[in-house]
Design a protein around this ligand. Structure first.
Ligand SMILES: [Cu+2]
Length: 381
């Protein structure tokens, strides 16, 4: 009767999610460098990515996370950050259980308030987390409705989730990652955490404003942003004021009063939920700053791009614009034509009537060239 006992103890399970723990992943940075990472995947064939898969559940559901640790070496856990779960299911090794190599561990919880949460491994505390074992957990309304923030809440057309963190590759060498595991002994790790890479959804530098990673929207859409930080730096998400950013929830709870403001500061472990209202703009820039929590100095300021799907971009290869990416001079026509070059916010940079143009005075970045009613993308090195 033990099976029956189990069903009574946990009640009916509405949703089971398999999460696999791995310790042999490779993360590639924008500058071509790479580093070893730990991480979570949903299938055995998948590459380990930072962050791990987003776990999505419905408010009120009884959820079982089936955590399968296929990695060699130290055990792992899943700590559900911000969820009200009991201690046995909280994934803090000293207070619940650890999952050894090739074993399954099961975490049970009833999905609390709709909102944005985090999960991460809690072994070696900071070591496995920064090695890459973390991801987002979203609790949707009770009927599972997408495009609604909570039961009887506010609807939206589209949502984007951004999870900021950092990577200090010194912490990723094999000696630290392949540590002997003794829960009573502190790990020998570097005294400082000096990130070389500041990431959002695992992307850094030019990866953040690569068209493949644009956040695409349609004109006049209302967009819901889930803004999270699971690094060791503070993070500021800075929207253009035209989007009228309106923050309505923090750490999985509606705010008593919505906060108007373009800058949303998110400290480690925090989450905010923010509405944006798009109009007819073709694009908008989101600036993401990581700042040192001791000195408050900004360590990285990077840009992400919202791009209107209604603005088609012709591929550069369809006309003879060369070289691209370009350092300086581009040629785009056999005979002089009217052209204008703007940055991706639409701000005019260069205008003229010519067969070619020099970009030498522009900083490196992405620009748009318009000739004869068509738009082309130029990437300046
Ligand atoms: Cu771990």
């Amino acid at each position: 009767m033990s099976l029956l006992f189990g069903q009574i103890a946990f009640g009916q399970i509405d949703y089971t999610k398999l999460i696999i723990g791995r310790n042999q992943g490779t993360h590639y940075f924008h500058d071509g460098d790479s580093t070893r990472v730990f991480g979570f995947t949903e299938t055995l064939s998948e590459e380990t990515k930072i962050p791990g898969p987003t776990i999505e559940v419905n408010y009120g559901d009884s959820v079982k996370i089936d955590f399968w640790n296929v990695s060699q070496g130290a055990p792992h856990t899943i700590h559900l950050h911000g969820l009200d779960v009991d201690q046995q299911n909280d994934g803090v090794p000293m207070l619940s259980f650890e999952v050894e190599h090739m074993l399954h561990g099961y975490y049970y919880f009833k999905a609390p308030h709709p909102g944005t949460y985090l999960y991460h491994c809690h072994v070696g505390s900071t070591v496995h987390l920064q090695a890459g074992m973390y991801g987002l957990l979203i609790v949707r309304p009770s009927n599972g409705e997408m495009n609604l923030n909570w039961d009887n809440g506010e609807s939206y057309d589209r949502e984007f989730s951004l999870l900021a963190s950092e990577i200090d590759t010194v912490w990723h060498n094999d000696t630290i990652l392949d540590h002997e595991h003794d829960p009573m002994m502190p790990l020998m790790v570097p005294e400082t955490f000096n990130a070389q890479y500041f990431v959002v959804n695992g992307l850094s530098g030019s990866q953040l404003n690569d068209p493949a990673n644009y956040m695409y929207f349609q004109p006049n859409e209302k967009v819901y942003m889930r803004l999270a930080n699971l690094g060791y730096y503070g993070v500021r998400y800075i929207f253009e004021s035209a989007l009228n950013a309106r923050t309505v929830a923090s750490d999985g709870r509606p705010l008593p009063n919505e906060q108007l403001g373009d800058t949303i500061e998110v400290l480690p472990g925090e989450r905010y939920e923010t509405f944006l209202q798009f109009g007819n703009q073709s694009s908008s820039i989101l600036t993401v700053e990581h700042f040192n929590l001791n000195t408050l100095e900004v360590s990285a300021s990077q840009e992400m791009v919202f791009w209107s799907s209604s603005v088609g971009i012709d591929e550069i290869s369809s006309v003879s614009i060369y070289p691209n990416p370009t350092d300086d001079l581009i040629y785009f026509s056999d005979s002089p034509v009217d052209y204008d070059i703007t940055d991706i916010t639409g701000k005019a940079q260069i205008k003229g009537f010519s067969k070619s143009s020099s970009l030498s005075r522009l900083p490196s970045g992405i620009y748009l060239l318009r000739i004869e009613g068509r738009t082309y993308r130029i990437i300046k090195n």
